[in-house]
Design a binder for this molecule. Structure first.
Ligand SMILES: NC(=O)C1=CN([C@@H]2O[C@H](COP(=O)(O)OP(=O)(O)OC[C@H]3O[C@@H](n4cnc5c(N)ncnc54)[C@H](O)[C@@H]3O)[C@@H](O)[C@H]2O)C=CC1
Ligand SMILES: O=C(O)C(=O)COP(=O)(O)O
Length: 598
């Protein structure tokens, strides 16, 4: 049967992910659950997909991402992203999201389960009784109460383990150079400044750091040698942090008392490896990476990442991007409409200043590369403006680059701006905007420069030719006063809708939506009729119209002729051809026209 073409974005799920979240995807997207794919099979189909949802088994390598030409998001239905090449994803503009807290409780409870199992020889006793033995004398354990639990990594799982262990009456010490001391104190944990102190004091040692360069192999032969011979070690974090050979040796030599292990250097462990010998060891309680495997945790992580996949594929911001700062939910609500505004301001800037047609002799302005963006009012107190920065880069570059080749987002915006020689200074101003019908507004200012040839060389670095760029480069540089003026666009959001309130020297409100025809003309009788009749003849309907006179602050500075200028902003129902635009500027009084598509 021939395959039907896919009109909906496609999501690939090569692992077992709970159906609770997948239900959010089905309907909106084509969801393919394909378990058991080999790395080669995965690579051969990945270019068909916009989203990939994985757990810990799928290795999302640089090679796979290279082949993933349409991929927008890798969603990790869990915490650890050590199976994802995040650096490579960033380079490709692919957002990596995870579920930072959906399975924390499950992992912490599993740690405690292993702690108790190791303390009371549950694994060994279970095997013994199943073999028909009754070994009460050999299987005497120890209590957790009163023992010292050494925690390496006092993050979300580490703190949850600490709170439960506190209830068991354990003494809690931790090593985590980046831990929050207030959270540690509130969980009755004493922070130590070195790993060595923890190793020396711990009756039970538990690891809860990510697997990164500084934690790989952090517990090796030398470290084990400093621990009490009765100490028991727990690892529900990642294989690779404990040297499996060294641990096996220490258990055999009786210099370590026991171990509870959920994670291994290679999963599943290679036959005949140290990991398989550890698993078989009577002093070890082992589980096959079950830390997150509870119904509740799987439901949580599935819903968490699927919601983020929906957001990203619909062009919204994710909640927990790994390769970008996390945005707090309340900030997210504030930011979302401004993200739309700022992107439109960037896009308006580029289109207005590069696709302009001017009457002979009229001064024109070209694209610049140094911008100041000022967030005023409530926006000034945001923790992060990164999404706004990314939206600006996206708005500025999308009209002058091939849209399918460039995926600009919060992950790669800074890098892409730098590559194109664009410098953006973000500023905040707490100026009182109480008297205005909105609480925040944004000003984009392209700094004046006397070096137009330099700007054009930056523009020509964009990756594909486009109509806008051709127009800009074909215009003669106008060494006029215009080059010495800042180019300004201002906007605000009202009722979640973006508005532009100033464009260049002109002040007037309009909605940046659809196709706009922006005419700079002498503010004299008959202009509207002239433009309207020309458009009518070309079969173009005008849906909206706004007039923006010269900004009052600039009236004094303007010459008499300029004082008489205004902008006419027309919302039209179809693209306006170059012949129509040329007809407009050939007529009297229309000095400049730009066609903007949002
Ligand atoms: N076995 C399983 O199924 C599960 C395993 N995990 C793993 O548990 C680990 C911890 O997860 P979370 O608590 O959510 O992470 P987290 O990011 O909240 O906490 C990690 C902590 O480690 C600390 N840290 C980083 N480098 C360190 C170093 N060199 N020395 C000491 N501390 C260091 C950090 O400051 C941070 O406080 C991760 O590896 C994660 O993948 C998480 C969930 C389930
Ligand atoms: O969330 C984590 O870091 C985990 O280790 C859980 O892994 P899993 O999703 O069960 O393959």
């Amino acid at each position: 049967m021939p395959l039907l073409p896919h009109s909906k974005p496609r999501v690939l799920i090569p692992e077992k992910v709970s159906p609770d979240g997948l239900a959010l995807l089905k309907g909106q997207f084509d969801v393919d659950e394909k378990k058991g794919l080999s790395p080669e099979e995965l690579k051969s189909i990945i270019s068909d997909y916009e989203a990939l949802i994985v757990r810990s088994e799928t290795k999302v390598t640089a090679e796979l991402l290279e082949a993933a030409t349409k991929l927008k998001v890798v969603a990790r239905a869990g915490v650890g992203v050590d199976n994802v090449d995040v650096g490579s994803a960033t380079k490709h503009g692919i957002i990596v999201v995870n579920s930072p807290s959906g399975n924390i409780n499950a992992a912490a409870e599993h740690t405690i389960a292993l702690l108790m199992a190791v303390a009371r020889n549950v694994g060994d006793a279970d095997a013994s009784i199943k073999a028909g033995k009754w070994e009460r004398g050999r299987l005497v354990g120890v209590e957790a109460k009163g023992k010292t639990l050494g925690i390496i990594g006092l993050g979300k799982v580490g703190l949850t383990v600490a709170r439960i262990a506190n209830g068991l009456g354990m003494r809690l010490i931790a090593y985590d150079p980046y831990a929050n001391p207030n959270l540690a104190a509130a969980a009755s944990v004493t922070l130590r400044t070195s790993l060595a102190e923890i190793l020396k004091e711990a009756d039970f040692l538990t690891l809860h750091t990510p697997l990164i360069a500084s934690t790989r192999g952090m517990i090796g032969k030398a470290e084990l040698a400093t621990m009490k011979p009765t100490a028991r070690i727990l690892n529900v974090a990642r294989g690779g942090m404990i040297d499996e050979d060294a641990l096996l040796e220490a258990l055999n030599a009786g210099t370590i008392g026991g171990a509870g292990i959920d994670v291994f250097t290679s999963e599943p462990p290679q036959p005949d490896s140290s990991a398989t010998r550890l698993i078989a060891h009577p002093k070890v309680v082992a589980t096959p990476h079950l830390g997150a495997s509870t119904r509740e945790a799987q439901e949580n992580v599935s819903i968490d990442v699927c919601e983020q996949v929906v957001s990203i594929l619909n062009g919204d911001l994710p909640r927990s991007a790994v390769n970008a700062p996390i945005i707090l939910p309340e900030e997210y609500r504030t930011l979302a409409p401004f993200v739309a505004l700022v992107e439109k301001m960037g896009s308006l800037y580029t289109q207005h200043y590069t696709s302009k047609f001017a009457s002979p002799g009229a001064s024109t302005k070209s694209f610049r590369t140094t911008f100041d963006i000022t967030y005023e009012g409530a926006l000034a107190s945001l923790n992060t403006t990164k999404p706004l920065f990314a939206a600006l880069v996206k708005g500025l570059l999308t009209p002058i680059t091939s849209s399918d080749g460039l995926n600009i987002n919060i992950v790669n915006a800074e890098l892409l701006a730098k590559e194109r020689g664009i410098l953006i200074n973000e500023q905040r101003s707490r100026e009182n905007v109480d008297e205005k019908p909105y609480s925040s507004f944004v000003t984009l200012r392209a700094r004046a420069t006397r070096s137009p040839s330099h700007q054009r060389s930056d523009l020509s670095r964009s990756s594909s030719p486009s109509a806008a760029r051709t127009t800009a480069t074909s215009q003669k540089p106008a060494a006029s006063a215009a080059e010495n003026e800042d180019q300004v666009i201002q906007g605000f959001v009202s009722g979640n809708k973006p508005y532009i309130s100033r464009l260049d020297r002109f002040k007037g409100e309009f909605v940046p939506k659809g196709t706009l025809l922006i005419c700079r003309n002498y503010d004299s009788v008959g202009k509207i009729g002239f433009v309207g009749s020309l458009l009518g003849k070309a079969g173009v309907n005008i849906g909206s119209m706004a007039v923006a006179p010269l900004h009052e602050d600039l009236e004094d500075a303007a010459g008499e002729a300029e004082n008489n200028e205004a902008l006419m902003i027309l919302g039209v129902d179809k693209p306006v051809g170059e012949d129509v635009v040329k007809g407009l500027i050939a007529g009297e009084g229309v000095l400049e026209v730009s066609v903007i598509n949002f």
